[in-house]
Design a protein around this ligand. Structure first.
Ligand SMILES: [Zn+2]
Length: 146
């Protein structure tokens, strides 16, 4: 079931007050590089540069504060793949170190590059769904933006 039709096409303060935000749906849409609200507009305008707003529903993406969290998460994910594999292979087969480095280093580099954008999109989707930072439309007007 898709909730795209449920979201208002033009954001208004009144629509924002009643808007339901499903965390998992928003995170999945962010993982695919799509707008967490409508799932159609592109979230990124460059590799890791989040666009200013959604081209379909107009959601403002600028309040996100992903910062370094995507990089930390990618390190955790890739580390939990490469380190156990390296320990297992070294313990059981002991191939030459040069061969191991020729496999582990490129794999780590490529896996990190492939995961960075989806993980960042997931973080932005989660922040939007949880109304973190500037994504909370009900925040007091005198509250600082960060
Ligand atoms: Zn959108």
């Amino acid at each position: 079931m898709d909730t795209v039709s449920m979201a208002p096409k033009v954001w208004t303060r009144q629509a924002g007050l009643t808007e339901k935000r499903d965390v998992w749906t928003a995170m999945k849409r962010g993982f695919r590089g799509r707008c967490p609200r409508c799932g159609e507009g592109k979230l990124f305008r460059a590799f890791l540069k989040v666009d200013g707003n959604c081209s379909v529903c107009g959601l403002d993406f600028t309040p996100h504060r992903a910062d370094d969290l995507p990089a930390y998460l990618v390190i955790v994910i890739v580390g939990h793949i490469v380190v156990p594999a390296a320990l297992f292979i070294e313990t059981n087969y002991s191939p030459p170190v040069a061969l191991q480095l020729a496999i582990y280093l490129p794999f780590t580099f490529v896996a990190s590059l492939l995961l960075l954008q989806p993980v960042k999109g997931t973080v932005v989707g989660m922040q939007w769904a949880l109304r973190m930072h500037g994504f909370d439309e009900n925040a007091p007007d005198d509250m600082p933006p960060v």
